[in-house]
Design a protein around this ligand. Structure first.
Ligand code: ADP
Ligand code: ADP
Length: 229
């Protein structure tokens, strides 16, 4: 579903030299699986996610999603992915959860009965139905993060990219969040997420890729990785 073949990305530094943030990364995420990308700060996780969400182009290499080469058909790929950053950015705090979802669904031309139904379904999925008419500023971090997920699902993406999705969440909120992710994968959504926490990545991922200094260090199931250490 997601395939990176020898993808590199170079940034120009202020002094004019090139900095290689990603060096020939190859990665394969199968449909309906949860894939965790783990690595220390500066490893290249965000760069990878930005390339996959089409915010950034690779300097070289090939990215394919659903069999479509990203560089050749950005729009076709964009319709099927959604990218959710960690934290509470991109929500309107003075609006209610329902109003936020109404606002964002307009971006996907979702209107009328279809819009109402979709919002109802998503509020239920992320367990915010009871507080849907309360302002987001009254929400806990976990509630805001669940609302972010709902927002990310408005366009029925087949691929969901999550950058540090559980950052700042307490244990219970993180658990609730992970259950939503598992539910989505069980229904066929392909999920790639980044994290600093090995324990969390092991717990949630079908497959794990460890990245460091722009290179893949290891890749496999949690069990495979453990037996190789
Ligand atoms: P991670 O998400 O794993 O922390 P990033 O993908 O954000 O890693 O960054 C990888 C490397 O690329 C880091 O060394 C970072 O400093 C560098 N980098 C990221 N963005 C830029 C940029 N816009 N210009 C120059 N260097 C960058
Ligand atoms: P306004 O635009 O009138 O400031 P907002 O609803 O955007 O109203 O903000 C309400 C409060 O919440 C403000 O104090 C603002 O700084 C804070 N806030 C709003 N959005 C965010 C956000 N994404 N991240 C952090 N703080 C935010």
């Amino acid at each position: 579903m997601i395939n990176l073949d020898k993808v590199s990305r170079t940034y120009k530094e202020k002094n004019g030299t090139d900095f290689v943030a990603l060096n020939q990364i190859s990665l394969n995420v199968k449909k309906g699986t949860i894939h965790g990308l783990i690595g220390p700060n500066g490893a290249g996780k965000s760069t990878t996610m930005k390339i996959l969400s089409t915010l950034l182009l690779p300097s070289s290499g090939t990215v394919t999603m659903k069999g479509i080469e990203l560089q050749s058909n950005l729009n076709a790929v964009r319709q099927d992915i959604n990218f959710i950053y960690g934290g509470e950015r991109d929500l309107y705090w003075r609006l209610t959860a329902r109003e936020n979802l109404e606002y964002f669904s307009a971006l996907y031309s979702l209107k009328g009965v279809e819009q109402k139904e979709k919002i109802k379904e998503l509020l239920e999925l992320v367990q915010l139905t009871d507080v849907a008419n309360k302002k987001v500023e009254t929400y806990s971090k976990g509630m805001k993060q669940r609302l972010q997920i709902a927002r990310g699902l408005l366009n029925n993406p087949r691929i969901l990219l999550l950058d540090e999705p559980t950052i700042g969440l307490d244990r219970q909120s993180a658990e609730e969040f992970k259950n939503i992710i598992r539910h989505l994968a069980a229904n066929g959504t392909t999920i790639l997420f980044t994290s600093h926490y090995l324990e969390e990545v092991e717990d949630l991922s079908d497959e794990i890729t460890i990245i460091s200094r722009g290179e893949i260090v290891a890749s496999g199931t949690a069990q495979e990785l453990r037996s190789n250490i």
